[in-house]
Design a protein around this ligand. Structure first.
Ligand SMILES: [Zn+2]
Length: 553
């Protein structure tokens, strides 16, 4: 009897970079291909993606990529996986709209086979029969997946919350979930992002009263910063602005693009004449305009950052402006948001954030949403996904303590690179792979080798010493003094004699070397590097990067 294998490439024990391989009978589908944003932003790297080279051993098995929804942490790495494995992609219309934007940036739009699916569609992909379940989330057109195989059904929740009154679209489709639950669910892979939060996640509608109050009370210009993908929120801003006689001006490239796609697809309903260009907006009175801006996370190049620190297309934040930060703080962005708020205060703006008014609700299932999910699907096994280990753990603890029939044996915690095998008799980790993340250079969008990042780290901690030795081509003897330069190395200054001592040590070492060890230039170069490395360590106790160059004359 064959088993189903669950192989997470990302998104487990970390925030972002969601990607999951699901394999049965020599066929494998991949659910989501997301980006991550390394919290420590190591050495010039802002973006990471799963290590897709790992999938090489499954190359012949791979059949499709399925996207649950269009958030960056679910589709941001799509182009990178497609460059390695040209697979057909299945996604909703809006998700495709967002994904196509990325494919276009990478010049890949015409090379990829994309299948548009709707909620309740069932698609046959080899041995898998994938059923798309309408899910509510902070984004729209999202799915949970029921992945049917001959030996049982796996449900992948995607990101979700049980929203009974979303602003755009229908509530979470519990009816379909319940039907699938009745038919029998082997395994549930469940979103854990908010598993530490008690109660139910408020509906997207819940922020309307606070927005109405703000629009009613504000006399000056209003700036609302939110995620460009938070369509429910954007709709609310358009509606409330219209209600209080303000026109909306959309600033920031991603916000403009998303508004355009969403309006085109009929998801966002903008009252006639309610949206104005920047030029028209600036001609309006302060109490007649609302700017919808990107940059709620303090991102350096976004509209709000420019408005707060310099200018955005000739406009800046001034005394009397009100700025609403209608988004949560993504872990790792605390410092940049704090800096942003500082700049806004400096310019005399009034700031309204989540802590003071209900201007933001989460898009993820809180504990009681999770309870509804598990009780409706009634899976034999539960595996918490999407979140840091702390959240996965609390997901498990909560379900154990609040849903009958669940215990340590049927809730399994896994990690990226694990291979989890499941059938109706057992669910267990059978293999563990070490997965290194892949880093992306934000400027070129190319991959950065792991070694490069390691080298940068060494440079940052230890600095660099460069040694140039000149050798006579004919005699293989040293010609002139060895040249030593250094950058960012602690413990060296021009007066403490280190440089002179190092030069002497190098000269002496070369003098002691056998001729054939100098004739072999590679050997010679590496020997010099080790020599200087030991010398530096002994003398000043640091480990800089050492670069040696041999010049022949
Ligand atoms: Zn999401």
């Amino acid at each position: 009897m064959k088993k189903i294998e669950i192989i997470p490439l990302g998104g487990i024990g970390e925030f972002g970079m969601n990607c999951m391989g699901i394999r049965y009978a020599d066929e494998m589908i991949v659910v989501d291909a997301g980006m991550g944003f390394p919290e420590e932003t190591p050495f010039g790297v802002d973006i990471s993606i799963p290590n897709f080279d790992f999938l090489e051993e499954y190359r012949d098995d791979l059949t499709a990529i399925i996207l649950t929804h269009g958030h960056e942490d679910h589709i941001g790495a799509l182009t990178y996986i497609l460059k390695k494995f040209n697979l057909p992609v299945y996604a909703s219309r809006f998700t495709i709209g967002l994904a196509e934007k990325r494919l276009e940036e990478h010049g890949m739009l015409n090379d990829v086979l994309i299948h548009r699916v709707r909620a309740n569609d069932v698609v046959e992909i080899g041995n898998f029969r994938v059923e798309f379940i309408h899910a509510s989330h902070s984004l729209v057109d999202c799915f949970s997946l029921a992945i049917h195989t001959p030996i049982g059904t796996v449900i992948h929740t995607g990101d979700y919350k049980i929203d009974d009154t979303p602003v755009i679209g229908k509530p979470y489709d519990l009816k379909t979930l319940s039907r699938i639950g009745d038919e029998g669910v082997l395994l549930l892979l469940g979103d854990s992002t908010n598993a530490t939060v008690p109660g139910r996640t408020p509906s997207e509608m819940a922020v309307i009263p606070a927005f109405e109050e703000i629009f009613e009370q504000t006399e000056g210009r209003l700036f609302v910063a939110t995620f460009s993908s938070s369509l429910h929120r954007l709709q609310i801003v358009f509606d409330v602005a219209h209600q209080f006689g303000r026109k909306v001006c959309v600033c920031g490239r991603s916000m403009q693009k998303n508004v355009e796609i969403a309006e085109e697809q009929g998801l966002l309903k903008i009252p006639y004449g309610a949206m104005v260009s920047l030029g028209d907006a600036r001609a309006l009175h302060d109490d007649e305009v609302c700017y919808l801006v990107t940059g709620s996370q303090g991102e350096n190049r976004a509209a709000l950052w420019n408005l707060a620190t310099s200018t955005y297309k000739g406009m800046e934040i001034e005394k009397g402006d009100t700025v609403v930060l209608s988004a949560r703080i993504i872990p790792g962005n605390e410092k940049s948001i704090s800096r942003l708020i500082g700049h806004l205060y400096k310019r005399g703006a009034n700031i309204i954030e989540e802590k003071r008014r209900l201007v933001h609700v989460s898009g993820h299932a809180s504990q009681e949403d999770i309870k509804i999910m598990v009780e409706t699907a009634r899976p034999k096994y539960l595996v918490p996904i999407h979140g840091e280990y702390r959240m996965l753990f609390r997901h498990k603890e909560y379900v154990k303590n609040h849903v009958a029939g669940y215990n340590d044996d049927n809730i399994i915690l896994i990690e990226n690179g694990n291979v989890l095998e499941v059938d109706e008799f057992a669910c267990k980790i059978v293999d563990k792979h070490e997965l290194y993340r892949t880093f992306i250079d934000e400027e070129s969008l190319g991959e950065i080798e792991y070694d490069v990042v390691r080298e940068r780290k060494k440079l940052a901690y230890g600095g660099a010493i460069s040694l140039v030795v000149t050798i006579n081509k004919a005699t293989h003897e040293i010609a002139g003094e060895p040249q030593i330069t250094f950058n960012g190395v602690a413990g060296i200054d021009s007066s403490n004699g280190f440089m002179a001592n190092a030069r002497t040590a190098i000269r002496k070492a070369i003098g002691d070397m056998k001729r054939e060890h100098i004739v072999d230039r590679n050997f010679f170069k590496e020997n010099l590097r080790i020599l200087l490395k030991r010398f530096v360590q002994k003398e000043i106790g640091t480990k800089p990067v050492i670069v040696t160059t041999i010049v022949e004359v």
